[in-house]
Design a protein around this ligand. Sequence first.
Ligand SMILES: [Fe+2]
Ligand SMILES: [Fe+2]
Length: 172
Amino acid sequence: MLSERIQGEFNVHINHELYSSYLYLAMAAWCESKGLRGFSHWMRAQSQEESQHVMRFFDFVLDRGGDVELRSIAAPPSAWETPLHLFEAAHSHEIEVSQRINALVDTVLSERDHAANVFLNWFVNEQVEEEATFADVVARLKLVGDDGRGILLIDQELASRAAAAAADASSA
Ligand SMILES: [Fe+2]
Ligand SMILES: [Fe+2]
């Protein structure tokens, strides 16, 4: 059984993962409107991955006998100045998510909920990967600067990202 406090904080986090999915969907739309189909494809896959994060929390709360309470999702921005600005915003967002996961770990440790701690460990590792992945694209966008050909090369590369794997397949 989840404590009231953990249930409340996990429900807030479900909303935040939904916002992540929404944000990357907005980014996918903007990229596509600029002719950057590779960037758009990459952000669509990222949005799906965030939906899978939602479902991990959703299932965990229910498996532990808790209640899922879905709340309104904030509207994400709809425009960015450049692909670099967009990816910098996404990278900052991931850093914020990592901080939120860390705060959740602090909560479950203080409540001595070991199952919740093991559950969150997956997210702790995932966030290391997420931050590194976004930082990598930011670094390459900085390298090419305003060079349109460079941006198109990155666009081609991002087009090859595979769709997000099924949530339970990646949890092994
Ligand atoms: Fe996430
Ligand atoms: Fe993420």
